[in-house]
Design a protein around this ligand. Structure first.
Ligand code: MF3
Ligand code: CO
Ligand code: CO
Length: 258
């Protein structure tokens, strides 16, 4: 997602608010992960995440965001991202599920996701998921003042393609702070030294989507919303991880560490 509002450096007080909401987002994601089991519906996970978020004195940012009707995104197997939780979607052994939680508190947003397995999953599912996590970490390691968004994407794509997998090119990470999605776009591919400069005391997300056979996907509209969800073109699995990261002079801080 990419909204073109400038991402300027935050004050110490604003950074504190980001730290708080990001820790609550991480806590909510861990809570959601514990609910995952065969027979559970993604609709149930949605409702539980919604209630848990409120109990933390926070709000679910996805709910009503550009018309999105649910409080969390749940993307099963070949759904790359923005999957819509459903009461008739029952998790089965062998499924891989990305849960993407975004909380808002005191005007600031924390965004984080993970991919979890339901029971035993096939080897190819484990491998593509592992590639997504390694790609995200390689990207995060590029975060520091003076580096650029494509340094992150380049590092991610190098790891992912080295493992034989494919990063999704047209969607990716984003600036975040007092808005859910702001400048800059943070790609999962690129050329070193290109893209937008990372600025001190701003936050971005690093959230590569990794597909098994090809980066191509099909876009579907979420009903009554301007949000789309995406499926791989051939039904093969896609995996994703996401952290919200604070850009610092000599490095980074993973604000949503779980
Ligand atoms: N959490 C997603 C992201 O990482 C955005 C979800 S927007 C929604 O950017 F509307 F689909 F919830
Ligand atoms: Co995000
Ligand atoms: Co997210």
């Amino acid at each position: 997602m990419n909204r073109k509002r400038k991402n300027t450096g935050m004050s110490l007080a604003e950074i504190k608010k980001m730290e708080t909401v990001c820790q609550l987002a991480a806590q909510t994601l861990q809570y959601a992960v514990k609910l995952v089991a065969p027979g559970v519906t993604t609709g149930y996970i949605n409702d539980a995440v919604h209630e848990y978020t409120l109990s933390l004195g926070a709000q679910s940012a996805p709910l009503n965001y550009h018309g999105f009707p649910k409080s969390v995104c749940t993307s099963v197997n070949d759904v790359a991202c923005h999957g819509l939780p459903r009461d008739d979607e029952v998790l089965m052994p062998g499924d891989a599920l990305n849960i993407d939680v975004t909380l808002k508190k005191a005007g600031f947003f924390g965004d984080t996701s993970t991919t979890v397995f339901v029971g035993d999953v096939a080897d190819n599912v484990k491998k593509v998921t592992d590639a997504a996590k390694k790609g995200m970490m390689a990207g995060i390691e590029q975060v520091r003042v003076g580096n650029r968004t494509e340094d992150i994407g380049y590092a991610t794509n190098k790891v992912v393609s080295g493992l034989g997998y494919h990063t999704v090119k047209s969607i990716g990470g984003h600036g975040i702070g007092d808005e859910f999605h702001k400048d800059p776009f943070v790609p999962a591919h690129g050329r070193p030294g290109r893209g937008e400069l990372l600025r001190e005391n701003t936050c971005i997300t690093v959230e590569p989507m990794v597909n098994e056979t090809s980066e191509d996907f099909i876009e579907f509209k979420v009903p009554n919303s301007s949000i789309c969800y995406y499926k791989t073109i051939d039904g093969t699995p896609s995996a994703q991880f996401e952290h919200t990261i604070l850009v610092k002079k000599n490095g980074y801080e993973i604000l949503t560490a779980w």
